[in-house]
Design a binder for this molecule. Structure first.
Ligand SMILES: Nc1ncnc2c1ncn2[C@@H]1O[C@H](COP(=O)(O)OP(=O)(O)OP(=O)(O)O)[C@@H](O)[C@H]1O
Ligand SMILES: [Mg+2]
Length: 309
């Protein structure tokens, strides 16, 4: 184990009756890093997290969390991690405070610390005035927030968040993002999400997993620049002549014109050359910009567009 890493996996593999859900994953997640795992439905994200949290035994391979082995030292690992599962594991008959107490006591927190920490979390997550209501009366988003509080109450070093903002309203998502961003100063966080903007906003590095395998890894910027072989320029333009259109088509692979907007895509685009050409032809260029590839473009490019099971 390299001391810089909080989470390392070694050929981590899980099969379910012949179905390879996680297919020999090697990941190195640094201490203090926020690492996002993206992937289509059924890619193996939750299965990976469940193995790292010692809830599921690998079929082969292993992983280390802060140097502890998931196969040999699961109890050590459970002490230092917090988990917010995809299917929230909350006791519906208890109120939020009681749910938090349950986790705190399990981790042997002292009552005073537990109380102040719960209070602080309840306030941050906007549930302080519902602290005495039974959870079964809560909305989906309120339960999701409580689930994250339960992952955090004992102040773990390593945090696993499986789709932490699923079903949250835009305000709650923003609050959650800012909260998670602050946490990453002193914790290592592994999160999964289907929201590309979330990964973009939060993650230091992103890994895309598909059919149990890592198919891309890097910062959001690295993924965007390295994965797409095409650049796109969008120009709002009037008075186009057939001549200049012909000239553009001769130079660039794809040129489309709709409602006064010219879209040019090619491996290499010379912004100035294009604008100059248009000007010289007598066209009026109202605006022009290079469209940056989004993380969603990268995701679809790498994982394809067909639906997974
Ligand atoms: N307990 C299980 N028994 C059998 N197959 C399972 C089990 N858990 C997961 N699988 C299968 O393993 C594969 C990976 O599932 P997993 O839940 O890890 O995907 P995921 O990436 O988390 O997907 P999602 O984005 O939908 O949450 C799927 O084909 C799933 O059907
Ligand atoms: Mg999942």
């Amino acid at each position: 184990m390299n001391g810089d890493f909080a989470i390392q996996t070694f050929n981590l593999t899980k099969t379910f009756n012949g179905l390879v859900a996680v297919d020999g994953i090697d990941l190195n997640i640094k201490k203090g890093e926020l690492f996002a795992l993206l992937g289509p439905n059924g890619a193996g994200k939750t299965t990976t997290i469940n193995m790292l949290c010692c809830l599921l035994k690998p079929t082969s391979g292993t992983a280390q969390i802060m140097g502890y082995d998931i196969n040999r030292q699961p109890f050590k690992i459970k002490e230092i991690i917090g988990v917010s599962p995809q299917e929230t594991a909350i006791s519906e008959r208890l109120n939020p405070q009681e749910n938090l107490n349950l986790i705190g006591e399990l981790h042997g927190m002292n009552p005073r610390e537990l109380k102040s920490r719960s209070q602080q979390l309840l306030e941050t997550m906007g549930l302080a005035d519902r602290a005495k209501d039974q959870v079964r009366k809560f909305s989906g988003g309120m339960k999701r927030r409580l689930s994250i509080m339960m992952a955090l109450v004992h102040n773990p070093e390593i945090l696993f968040l499986d789709e932490p903002t699923l079903g949250l309203d835009p305000q709650a998502r923003r609050v959650m993002w800012e909260y998670i961003a602050r946490l990453k100063e002193d914790k290592t966080i592994l999160l999964t999400t289907h929201y590309m903007d979330e990964a973009d906003f939060l993650a230091d590095r992103i890994s895309i997993i598909d059919e149990g395998k890592i198919v891309a890894l890097g910062t959001s910027a690295e993924l965007k620049t390295s994965m797409l072989e095409k650049h796109t320029m969008i120009i709002s333009v009037q008075n186009l002549t057939q001549q200049v259109i012909k000239e553009m088509r001769a130079r660039y692979a794809e040129v489309e014109i709709t409602n006064g907007t010219m879209t040019i895509s090619a491996q290499k685009l010379d912004f100035k050359e294009i604008v100059d050409l248009l000007h010289t032809s007598g066209a009026t260029v109202r605006s022009a910009y290079i469209k940056e590839p989004t993380l969603e473009d990268v995701f679809l490019h790498i994982t394809g567009k067909e639906l997974r099971e």
